[in-house]
Write a protein that binds this ligand. Structure first.
Ligand code: ZN
Length: 152
């Protein structure tokens, strides 16, 4: 591994640490139009996601819950990335994110931006579930599924 790659990796870890310590969009959302609960039993991560979607646009999005640094940072960065986006954009971003963290995508997608920091979890199957929990919960919320989702 080159030193550049090491530097990038450290930088990525800093971004994840920052978001896990100071999660963005953390809290209750009054009068959500969509919500869902997610649980990752392998790690114990739990989160509740709430959205206000109007005319196909995600006007607001917040989350509550407790989990490991990866799951919290992922939820924080996901909410940051999705605010103001359309449901179709959210679905596309889910696909790009899923491809990067599972390693099924060859290259990192440019539209992922900072979310590409999670590419590092692809070698750790348990961590992949931590990183994708918020996204699976998002899909359940947008699909209006009432049952709590589980990564298992
Ligand atoms: Zn976790």
């Amino acid at each position: 591994m080159t030193s550049m790659a090491n530097e990038l990796r450290d930088l990525y870890q800093e971004v994840i640490l920052d978001h896990s310590k100071k999660p963005r969009n953390f809290g209750e959302l009054e009068e959500p139009t969509h919500d869902a609960k997610g649980h990752n039993p392998l790690c114990g991560d739990r989160l509740t996601l709430a959205l206000v979607v109007k005319d196909g646009l995600i006007e607001d999005i917040r989350f509550l819950g407790a989990g490991c640094a990866i799951s919290t940072a992922s939820a924080s960065m996901m909410t940051e990335a999705l605010k103001g986006k359309s449901e179709q954009d959210a679905e596309a971003l889910f696909g790009a994110f899923h491809g990067v963290v599972t390693g099924s995508a060859e290259d990192e997608d440019d539209e992922l931006g900072k979310l590409a920091v999670f590419a590092g979890v692809r070698d750790y199957p348990v961590r992949v579930k931590c990183a994708t929990l918020a996204w699976h919960t998002l899909r359940a919320a947008l699909a209006d599924k009432d049952e709590a989702i589980s990564t298992e």
